[in-house]
Design a protein around this ligand. Structure first.
Ligand code: F6R
Length: 364
């Protein structure tokens, strides 16, 4: 049931701290505090490439994993939405790994992508929330997310669970391949372990997100920007806002702004950026500076230090707990989804059952 919550979506967002903790407990060896690599019939340390495919939010989790796997495990990764991947006739090498991501494990296009990968001789690992699903049955290895049932049509805790599992997998692979030393991996594991408490903190002070929701509820268009592993979180923020509140929203890599979307910017178009401190902070900040110079209404999700640096250009700042840039996509996904929830609440839309959408898309 929903317990004391008004909607399943709200309840499922609040499941995050416990769910992330449970997920990590399964992936991290308590004695060594090191990530455990799943047991696959092939040598994961030796795979030359990973091809990721999925749909919707699950695809954005896969896209985030692409950044992680390339940077930390030094594996070449490609990622494409399943409805394109399956008809592109992409050549795949037999020794590469296929990776599909799905809450339901039944999405028709993702299922077709999985079958295509196996047909070409690849082993396929699936990150799936329903262990009895078709995808779970047909893949060579199941990396189960243990988010529990997700009732709300919009994916929330299943998305953060996918990210958490993929982050753990990245570190396990980095260790197996020797691309990061144990001290570094230990520090990144600690950063993951701090997420449940930080997620709880974000959920507890959602007053400011509600205030932000009131500010943007009448917008016709909203732009979301992010760079690097935060780029998929910008896409996720835009997807959630459009599906729940029916406000037109677009997510973009921040560096693409000047190649087109900047033409949209005027005081009526909120520009929301997920911009944690880290190596890409300054680059993203300079994109926001350009948007501000064109009268943009700049809203930033950042940490204390980042918020202080952006004080001159942001009209509203959501301050999140400090975190290692590695885990920032997981932490920042929560307030971005919460924002869409609050806007939908204010607009009075059907939060758990948005129009025209189905929880599981079993036709292509
Ligand atoms: C967005 C959303 C959808 C799903 C997509 C894939 O909130 O829920 O975009 O993420 O339909 O579904 P699964 O994960 O079941 O394959």
């Amino acid at each position: 049931g929903k317990g004391n919550f008004r909607h399943f979506m709200e309840k499922e967002l609040h499941d995050n701290p416990v769910m992330i903790g449970d997920t990590l407990n399964r992936m991290i060896d308590p004695a060594t505090r090191m990530p455990v690599l799943p047991d696959l019939a092939i040598d994961l340390a030796a795979i030359p490439r990973i091809t990721i495919s999925a749909c919707g939010s699950a695809f954005y989790a896969g896209l985030t994993a692409r950044y992680w796997l390339e940077e930390y495990a030094r594996i070449p990764v490609d990622a494409d939405v399943a409805s394109e991947f399956r008809y592109r006739a992409p050549p795949l090498a037999r020794d590469q790994l296929g990776l599909v991501v799905s809450q339901s494990g039944e999405t028709a296009d993702t299922m077709a992508a999985l079958r295509y990968m196996r047909q070409l001789g690849c082993k396929v690992m699936s990150v799936v929330n329903v262990p009895e699903s078709t995808m779970a049955r047909e893949s060579d290895l199941l990396l189960e997310t243990i988010a529990g049932p997700e009732i709300s049509v919009a994916s929330t805790k299943a998305f953060t669970a996918q990210l958490t599992v993929l982050a753990g997998f990245t570190l396990a692979l980095a260790r197996a391949r020797g691309t990061r030393d144990d001290a570094t991996i230990g520090a990144l594991v600690s950063a993951l372990m701090e997420l449940p408490a930080k997620a709880a903190q974000v959920l507890n002070d959602d007053e400011i997100i509600r205030a932000l929701a009131a500010e943007i509820q009448d917008a016709r268009d909203v732009l979301f920007f992010g760079r690097g592993s935060m780029m998929p979180i910008a896409l996720e923020g835009a997807l959630k806002l459009k599906e729940l509140s029916y406000i037109h929203a677009e997510g973009y890599p921040a560096g693409e702004m000047k190649h087109g979307p900047i033409a949209l910017i005027d005081p009526s178009v909120p520009v929301i950026a997920a911009i944690p401190s880290g190596p890409l902070f300054e680059k993203t900040a300079s994109n926001l500076q350009e948007a501000a110079a064109r009268g943009g209404h700049i809203i930033v999700f950042s940490d204390k230090e980042g918020a202080a640096k952006l004080a001159g250009i942001a009209t509203r700042t959501i301050i999140l707990p400090d975190c290692d840039p590695f885990v920032a996509p997981i932490l920042y996904a929560i307030p971005v989804q919460l924002l869409a929830y609050h806007v939908a609440m204010l607009k009075g839309t059907d939060v758990d059952q948005p129009r025209n959408l189905a929880k599981s898309v079993t036709v292509e």
